[in-house]
Design a protein around this ligand. Structure first.
Ligand code: HEM
Length: 189
């Protein structure tokens, strides 16, 4: 592994996660309100949402057979975590942005539950997992704490383009343009 790998593996992944979260929150005003309420409650009385409140390459060393498929030694195996996370065999309303599904579930993202492996699992699980969580959560918390969010002009929720761009970290095809409205938190002034 090279130092460069850490930068490549560590930047677009986190920004992509933040951008998609924001796209989904904008499309779902109820979730946006709930998320903002939660963040603003946690940081109530504070002037900022600070840290106090809170790839997929596998190289096999030996040949093996998985589910009838032979995987020769030294193959690069890319696990489609995107498809696993949307498999209706394991998820109710798999395509729906419904973060509350995790509230009453023991399933988490740390690699023990194979139906949900955004950071991979096992020996090659993402080593940046703790840092990534801090970056994504802190960035989202600050954006939700300090601003309300509007779409530009007379754009409607259904006009938000959710087309994906193919890649290792599947990003947005088009940039997400939003208008921030500063939230008047009286503790700030
Ligand atoms: C939301 C953010 C991130 C996501 C979703 C993510 C996801 C992943 C996934 C799925 C893998 C492949 C695991 C496997 O092969 O089973 C991986 C590997 C890796 N990640 Fe992340 N990652 C994120 C952030 C980061 C950050 C911030 C860093 C470093 C600062 C990082 C460094 C790495 C490295 C070095 C590997 C290769 C590990 C290996 O092959 O042994 N990642 N990541």
């Amino acid at each position: 592994m090279y130092l460069q790998d850490i930068f490549i593996a560590g930047s677009e992944t986190s920004s992509t996660a933040i951008e998609w979260t924001f796209s989904e929150l904008l499309k779902s005003p109820r979730m946006m309100e709930k998320a903002q309420e939660e963040v603003r409650q946690v940081y109530y009385g504070k002037t900022n949402a600070d840290e106090t409140g809170i790839h997929e390459l596998k190289e096999s060393s030996k040949s093996c057979v998985i589910d009838g498929y032979e995987v020769p030694a030294k193959s690069k195996v890319i696990i489609n975590a995107w498809a696993i996370g949307r498999d209706p065999k394991y998820w109710k309303e798999a395509e729906r942005f419904f973060p509350e599904r995790f509230l009453e579930s023991s399933i988490d993202y740390k690699g023990a539950d194979f139906e949900y492996i955004p950071f991979g699992a096992g020996r090659r699980i993402c080593p940046g997992i703790t840092y990534a969580r801090a970056v994504v959560e802190l960035t989202l918390a600050q954006l939700l704490f300090h601003f309300d969010w509007k779409l530009p002009g007379d754009m409607k929720l259904e006009d938000i383009d959710m087309t994906e761009k193919f890649g290792l970290a599947v990003g947005r095809k088009t940039d997400l343009h939003l208008v921030p409205i500063p939230y008047k938190n009286h503790f700030c002034y």
